[in-house]
Design a binder for this molecule. Structure first.
Ligand code: CA
Length: 261
């Protein structure tokens, strides 16, 4: 354990000890994964949304046509897209093709009413990751969602490098300039959220949504957590990484080359 040398005062030590306690008891929260569901049949849309949200680790946004779905997909960060084929305005094939043309690699699970091999092959050819034939068992949908998210996590690099920071998203471990930084689970979730949007502004709303899972949380709470996180990171980073963007939110970015000289 290398956390003791980092605990440079009593308060810090208590935070580290509290972190160890919560870690050993299991994380008291989970990072919510956002899923986009593009499906025009309201009844199916509602069943899938409700079923997934009952798992308490997914939050589902919905679109009832292809154009709206594509717009939401390009505006938000989704862990997975569930995409019906027969859709008004723009069908599922075109939505998927357009996503891949935009180099959007979000996993896509296609829903098809047809069981034709040709349709399934076409879906996989244009970049869908898996398909499910309607009518389907909800448990099967859940299993496929889990499998796709697992596969995607494995495909993505587990360790993010930003300036002097190394963030291991599998182990939830953070190293800064060679020193391990002890973060509480929420501080870690906050850092990961900022790191996933490196260089971009993350609003307090997005932070509340991802880190507090829409629990009661004031924007002041977010500010307090950001300050604590910044203090811990800057204790070992030679440069400022977490920036406040007045009126908009926060941004994690390394300084430009000329700023470090
Ligand atoms: Ca449909």
């Amino acid at each position: 354990m290398s956390w003791l040398p980092l605990a440079n005062n009593a308060a810090e030590w208590r935070t580290s000890a509290a972190h160890l306690l919560t870690s050993s008891m299991g994380a008291p929260y989970t990072i919510v994964m956002r899923i986009l569901l593009i499906e025009d049949e309201e009844a199916i849309r509602e069943v899938i949304k409700r079923g997934l949200e009952e798992e308490r680790i997914y939050s589902v946004e919905t679109a009832a046509d292809g154009v709206t779905g594509l717009r939401l997909a390009s505006e938000g960060e989704f862990a997975l897209i569930i995409l019906d084929i027969m859709l008004p305005k723009l069908d599922g094939w075109r939505v998927c093709e357009e996503l891949r043309a935009r180099r959007d690699a979000t996993p896509v699970l296609m829903l098809t009413a047809r069981d034709a091999v040709r349709d399934r092959v076409r879906g996989l050819d244009i970049g869908a990751d898996d398909y499910l034939t309607k009518p389907f068992d909800f448990e099967e949908l859940l299993a496929r969602v889990r499998a796709l998210l697992r596969r995607d996590k494995k495909n993505k690099s587990r360790v993010m490098h930003i300036a002097h920071l190394e963030i291991d998203t599998g182990e939830h471990r953070v190293v800064c300039a060679g020193q391990e930084v002890m973060l509480t689970p929420r501080e870690y979730a906050l850092l990961e959220t900022l790191a996933m949007h490196e260089g971009r502004i993350v609003s307090r709303d997005t932070i509340q949504y991802r880190v507090w899972n829409n629990e009661e949380c004031s924007s002041n709470t977010v500010d307090v957590y950001v300050s604590a996180l910044r203090r811990k990171i800057e204790a070992c980073s030679p440069v400022r990484l977490i920036h406040t963007v007045y009126g908009l939110g926060y941004s994690l970015k390394p300084p430009l080359a000329e700023e470090t000289t």
